[in-house]
Design a protein around this ligand. Structure first.
Ligand code: FCB
Length: 445
């Protein structure tokens, strides 16, 4: 197996080069023009929940500056732009009346993207549930799944004439574990039983939304989900116990989502923890999808022996995440191998990137470590394509430095630097480099 991509490797024709953002992380304008409160507004306004008690009230103020950001993305030679709709902006209470001013904002944003030659990839849920729906149990309540499907249908009705690519959920794992089991993200619960129900309900909501969105579409749309999947690797590959542990980790973490989504089944034991599950649920979850989005940042390492932290000689980002690019290829080829017999749609890498402590000096942000992170991971995507995996796009996380959830503004993931005081944007050196890669459709090493 080659572990370097040939220098002249060109990505497939029509390969998608984009960046990702999400509404709460960049939009700001948290209560403008009739927007309702979201669980992230409530959570970040509660002292002690977010580092330095920061919040997304203003963030990158993209609500007012989207035209500038889209122009920057265009100049970076990208051909796609992934973003999310803030549900409470378009439907303040999550049910009942829609907010015309909020919907108009996304009309204008979508039109600007299309004018700039950027294909919009919309995520319907990137974590900012209307608070009013949290008040009736949030994702533990099956009623919310149905309301999500209604909202999805409305969005497709409104924007489906211009937007082809629709993602139901971003990283349901994070909502389940960070939000409901460990209390790190909104709504900040620590309730394992609730989390087990939420894990199932999010998949159910995905299925219901796919059905509703397809029924609402006037033109052909493509539907998918974005999962944060990681590959679990043994610390000592020559140790059988470690290898077994890694295999169990893979089956548990990836299988949990891919088995029901792609095969319509849950693995052994999974349903034991789910209090409420109806006989038809798995058939609803198992909707045909047009693409699978994969967010990859780091691998997971397991061992029976203590795992050194950091692992000697390995690099870590500002988040404390290990930099280990080869695992991205392993992940992509493993999914391809394990799920080819099921219905495996095309794949996009929908997030990949790294936070480092950037400095703006004389108008320049030199970020060689991020550039290297992106370059080595894009190389692994190329290798996976050469292995035969149908990867059709790569989205760097993120277009802009933004509000990094519980970590606040101290973690910069952007390929564009944001001065949060002045809101001035500066393309980092990694961004300039990515622009060349996108233009050449090749790493040009
Ligand atoms: C992912 C999220 C995204 C961003 C990155 C760093 O889990 O989807 O919003 O915070 O991590």
């Amino acid at each position: 197996m080659n572990d370097r991509l040939p220098a002249n490797f060109v990505f497939p024709r029509d390969f998608v080069w984009g960046t990702g953002t999400s509404a709460y992380q960049v939009e700001g304008a948290w209560n403008a023009d009739g927007k309702g409160e979201s669980i992230w507004d409530r959570f970040s306004h509660t002292p002690g929940k977010v580092a330095s008690d920061e919040n997304g009230d203003v963030a990158c103020n993209q609500y007012h500056r989207f035209a500038e950001d889209i122009e920057l993305a265009r100049k970076l030679n990208l051909n796609a732009y992934r973003f999310s709709i803030a549900w409470p902006r378009v439907q303040p209470g999550g049910r009942g009346a829609f907010n015309e001013a909020g919907m108009d904002f996304y009309d204008r944003k979508i039109d600007a993207l299309l004018r700039a030659g950027l294909e919009p990839y919309i995520t319907l849920y990137h974590w900012d549930l209307p608070q009013e729906l949290q008040d009736i149990g949030g994702w533990t309540n099956r009623e919310v799944c149905k309301l999500f499907a209604d909202y999805a249908a409305k969005m497709v009705e409104r924007y489906g004439d211009r937007v082809k690519f629709w993602t139901t959920f971003n990283e349901p794992w994070c909502t389940t574990f960070l939000g409901y089991a460990w209390g790190i993200h909104a709504p900040g619960l620590k309730d394992d039983k609730a989390a087990a129900q939420v894990a199932h309900n999010l998949l159910l909501a995905h299925g219901l939304a796919c059905i509703a969105a397809r029924a609402a579409a006037q033109q052909a749309i493509e539907l998918g989900i974005v999962l944060n999947l990681t590959i679990t690797e043994p610390l000592h590959p020559q140790n059988d116990e470690d290898v077994k542990k890694a295999e169990a980790g893979w089956r548990r973490d990836c299988g949990y989502y891919l088995d029901p989504l792609l095969r319509g089944v849950y693995g052994p034991g999974v349903t034991d923890d789910i209090a409420e599950i109806e006989p038809e649920d798995l058939a609803i979850i198992n909707q045909p999808m047009d693409y699978l989005g994969i967010n990859y940042y780091m691998r997971s390492v397991v061992s029976n022996a203590p795992i050194p932290s950091p692992i000697d000689g390995h690099e870590y980002t500002q988040m404390g995440w290990e930099v280990y690019a080869p695992a991205l290829r392993t992940l992509l080829t493993r999914i391809d191998k394990d799920y080819r017999d099921a219905y495996l749609p095309k794949i996009y890498v929908t997030e990949n990137g790294a936070a480092f402590e950037d400095k703006l000096v004389d108008g320049v942000v030199d970020d060689p470590r991020r550039l290297n992170y992106l370059a080595t991971h894009i190389e692994q995507v190329g290798l996976a394509i050469a292995d035969g995996v149908d990867v059709q796009g790569y989205f760097a996380w993120s277009l802009l430095d933004n509000f990094e959830w519980a970590e606040g503004y101290a973690r910069r993931f952007g390929i564009i630097y944001v001065d949060f005081e002045s809101q001035e944007r500066t393309v980092k050196n990694s961004g300039k480099w990515l622009a060349q890669v996108a233009a050449a459709n090749s790493l040009q090493r």
